[in-house]
Design a protein around this ligand. Structure first.
Ligand SMILES: Cc1cc2nc3c(=O)[nH]c(=O)nc-3n(C[C@H](O)[C@H](O)[C@H](O)COP(=O)(O)OP(=O)(O)OC[C@H]3O[C@@H](n4cnc5c(N)ncnc54)[C@H](O)[C@@H]3O)c2cc1C
Length: 501
């Protein structure tokens, strides 16, 4: 019988993604011996963190703050890059606007006020940050201008992040056991949580420790839980990332009386290639996503528009595109572009795996688009083109106010007539990223019961914590939340284990 040695282990971390690794690193920094358990095999480790594009949202006041995180910035043509600022206030504004003022204020304060320091701490653990030009700033008149607060991103995206974190785990002496699935918590009223029950190599084991940190993701990979919490149709959504986030951590904590917290019927879901596989493919990463809605006209199977494509920069609305597509007939839609905006499209529009139709006229394009009312597409585009206020200059870096007028559903910004061939249409459906509901934690990341008491010895971080996301999401927050709350969880778990003050 295979056995797992837990002698001297102070803290067990469940999961092996960004939040788990941040928790483990911090627990070690606070004197603990840490064991990490991961349900996936080693080559699929790291959950959703491994699938990320590496967007990383933190506040900064000036370019010097950025140089301190990314020293190579001094070699850039800084006269022609306007990084602007991203103050605490701007960060708060974005979160509260996105979440319709529902985000937990205490959690936001922890996230925002620690974000720069968390980024710095990540760089001390070998994470390399580089400018996010191209994705978050367009070149207009020879100058890049950042519009969404995401100045730097993690070099190499999620794959490199997870590789990097696991090199750190080795250096820090954190033992990682793969294909080891947490199935329950060892708990008694007197002592609190004292370990984890796992399934490993076909048998159940009890792994004892003084503190446990759950950092094992949300329930987005579990079709039954998606249907149960998000509603009808969500079981049919594609999953953008890992197949291993099945809500196990959430269920284990709820079984002990943890308080469900946050937007349980909400999820982050984007426009995602219609023919993408059911779960993420790490060799493709996030390239099935199709985020450039603001430069497109989007139609459903009836050939009708259903959203204001120019509502906001994609970073602030892309997390809602998926849910909206799920509501459309057949649960799919098409993004239509013309040649004028080709140079603005992100790399994902040049990915090798695309459900894409191209033609030199809109009539021809509409005939090619599978499963659409072609006559209506032609009518919709014609009406849209006629409604564009082309007298207002187009500028992709600002809310340019170049809108349509007179349509029953207008486009608010970036409205260009679709009139310059070739024309392209991309078929998309909903790709769910993660779910918003989770457990309630204290400011010290202790898992709380509904009566406000804490479950002694149990901490949580990352996607499985509720309270930060409602309705929408500002991109780059997931990794920052995992780093910030993971770091706190590691410290607090170590304090609970008696290895730190
Ligand atoms: C395609 C894609 C792109 C994204 N891009 C970005 C981005 O650019 N920037 C950003 O900030 N966010 C991005 N996100 C969101 C981001 O991935 C998450 O917010 C963040 O990575 C969550 O980290 P986590 O550690 O909480 O969860 P995860 O990284 O998902 O880790 C959960 C871990 O728990 C393990 N696990 C699950 N159940 C068990 C169990 N029972 N026992 C043991 N282990 C278990 C999983 O295998 C996994 O290792 C993206 C997500 C996707 C899918």
């Amino acid at each position: 019988m295979a056995s797992i040695d837990t002698t001297d282990i102070d803290v067990i971390v469940v999961g092996a993604g960004n939040a788990a690794c941040a928790s483990a690193a911090s627990a070690v920094e606070n004197g603990s011996k840490v064991l990490m358990i991961e349900t996936a095999p080693e080559d699929a480790r790291g959950g959703n963190s491994a699938f990320t594009g590496g967007a990383f949202r933190f506040s900064y006041n000036n370019v010097d703050d950025l140089i301190s995180l990314c020293p190579s910035l001094v070699d850039e043509d800084l006269d022609n890059i306007d990084f602007g600022t991203y103050t605490h206030e701007q960060y708060y504004d974005d979160i509260f606007r996105m979440t319709q003022y529902r985000a937990d204020g205490d959690m936001c304060e922890i996230l925002v006020t620690n974000s720069y320091d968390s980024a710095k701490w990540m760089t001390s653990h070998g994470v390399e940050l580089i400018p996010a030009t191209g994705r978050q700033a367009f070149k207009v008149d020879g100058k890049f201008r950042f519009w969404g607060g995401l100045a730097l991103r993690i070099n190499g995206g999620g794959e490199q992040l997870v590789l990097n974190w696991h090199e750190q785990m080795k250096k820090l002496g954190v033992k990682v056991i793969y294909e080891c699935t947490a199935i329950g918590l060892i708990h008694s009223e007197g002592t609190g949580v004292r370990g984890v029950r796992v399934r490993y190599q076909g048998e159940e084991h009890e792994l004892k420790a003084k503190s446990v940190i759950l950092a094992c993701g949300s329930f987005e990979s579990n079709a039954e839980m998606r249907a149960r919490y998000l509603g009808p149709g969500w079981d049919l959504a594609k999953v953008r990332g890992t197949a291993y986030n099945n809500g196990a951590g959430l269920n284990m904590a709820l079984d002990l009386g943890a308080m469900p917290y946050g937007h349980f019927s909400g999820a982050h879901a984007v426009a995602w290639d219609l023919n993408a596989p059911p779960y993420g493919d790490i060799t493709i990463g996030d390239q099935f996503q199709k985020h450039n809605v603001p430069f497109s006209v989007v139609v459903n199977a009836n050939g009708e528009r259903f959203r204001d494509e120019g509502e906001d920069f994609h970073s602030y609305v892309y997390a809602r595109y998926g849910g909206e597509i799920l509501q459309q007939p057949g649960m799919y839609a098409f993004q239509i572009f013309d040649a004028k905006v080709q140079h603005l499209l992100r790399s994902e529009y040049r990915c090798r795996f695309l459900t894409k139709y191209s033609a030199d006229t809109i009539e021809e394009l509409a005939e090619k688009m599978e499963g659409v009312n072609a006559a209506n597409v032609v009518k919709t585009v014609k009406e849209f083109n006629e409604a564009c206020r082309t007298d207002i200059p187009f500028d992709p870096n600002v809310h340019d106010g170049r809108c349509t007028e007179g349509l029953s559903l207008n486009k608010s910004n970036w409205a260009n007539p679709i009139d310059e061939p070739p024309f392209d249409a991309y078929a998309v459906t909903a790709g769910v990223t993660f779910t918003f509901g989770g457990v309630k934690v204290s400011g010290q990341t202790e898992v709380e019961r509904s009566d406000g008491s804490v479950i002694k010895g149990l901490f949580a971080a990352g996607e499985m914590v509720g309270g930060l996301y409602f309705h929408g999401y500002a991109s780059g927050t997931g990794l920052m939340a995992g780093a910030t709350f993971g770091r706190i969880a590691g410290r607090q778990a170590a304090i609970h284990a008696g290895t730190s003050n």
